[in-house]
Write a protein that binds this ligand. Structure first.
Ligand SMILES: [Zn+2]
Length: 207
């Protein structure tokens, strides 16, 4: 190995400045953090029931947050133009989801109603569910979640309008704090004709 290639080898091993990936904790660091939390709560992380908990928790969180490595817009690239002049709204109701709030890492459980007014093309209905799932598998606020789904469909499919309504229960509210388990949060995001056509808008909001 020449001095030059030796230098290149060394350079490759050095962390790149401002490279977040080089600062990202490893799997063991994440498991240690859960262990620390268990100790903080007064538990013995070495007892039988908890000894594998840090491993299980980190694995579960990787699943809860798998949406970070998914591009939701990619689900909308296959579009169908054969819609026989159908020009009414396409609505998919009650797409169930589980997400986690970014403020408490607590579950948000609910459903999404999605509607769009085609402009000569549609997507397979399962793709709408996939878009919802991809955004739900990230740390979220319900407001951003709603707006992200709406924008993704508007930009990806370019319909005449999109309407998204999210109805959800927040564990951080029902299971702590005010302990109110009876209320749901409803958020709505509208674009195009859903904003300007009051009949279309009301039909969606009352459906
Ligand atoms: Zn919260």
């Amino acid at each position: 190995m020449t001095v030059e290639t030796q230098a290149m080898e060394v350079a490759r091993d050095l962390p790149v400045e401002n490279d977040l990936k080089s600062l990202k904790p490893g799997l063991e660091d994440a498991q240690d953090a859960i262990k620390t939390l268990l100790c903080f709560l007064g538990e013995d992380p070495e007892r039988e029931g908890l000894v594998d908990t840090p491993t299980r928790v980190v694995k579960a969180w990787m699943e809860y947050c798998e949406g970070y490595s998914v591009d939701p817009a990619a689900f909308l690239t296959t579009q169908f133009h054969e819609i026989s002049n159908y020009d009414g709204p396409v609505t998919l109701q009650k797409i169930n989801f589980v997400s986690h709030c970014e403020h408490h890492l607590a579950p948000i459980v609910g459903f999404v109603d999605v509607s769009y007014l085609p402009d000569g093309k549609v997507v397979g209905i399962s793709k709408l569910s996939r878009v919802v799932r991809a955004f739900s598998r990230r740390l979220q606020t319900q407001e951003r979640f709603t707006a992200e789904i709406c924008k993704c469909i508007q930009v990806g499919l370019k319909p005449k309008g999109v309407a998204v309504r999210v109805t959800a229960d927040h564990s951080c509210m029902s299971n702590r704090g005010v302990n109110d388990g009876s209320s749901s949060l409803v958020t709505t995001s509208l674009t195009g004709q859903y904003e300007t056509d009051l009949i279309l808008k009301n039909n969606f909001l009352t459906s």
